[in-house]
Design a protein. Sequence first.
Length: 151
Amino acid sequence: MGASLDPELMARIGSRSGPQTELVTRKDIRKYAIATGQRLPKYIEGDEAPATFHVALFWPVLPLEQLAPDGVALDPMFPRVPGKRPMAGGLRIEYHRPIRPGDLLSSTRTLTNIYEKQGSSGSLVFVEVVMHVTDATGAPVLSETTTRIYR
């Protein structure tokens, strides 16, 4: 275990967020589709949500002064790593079925892994959070793995 991976940081592995539930509306799908430049009628008409719609659906709505300097909400699932700056590392999404208007979706998030690698400029710490989204029946809708890199 590297110097950046102290026992307190590693103890965060397995921490979970409580479920967050959101209702998908046709209007929300349409607004997202237009904002992201979608062209397919099923998105523009709000019949089905485009890829990554769920990201905005579950983002918190906050006043500007509560956002980080880069304009993104601070995410308590990602711990601070002393002496390191965070940056995006990756996003992997597995869809089990399309998101449609009227869906009542619930998400839970789990910090699943923290590990360190050596890069050309020193140590890099990787933090992975997995989000599972289910519908009102408990059936899976999607799984997402987000990786943040601290350098």
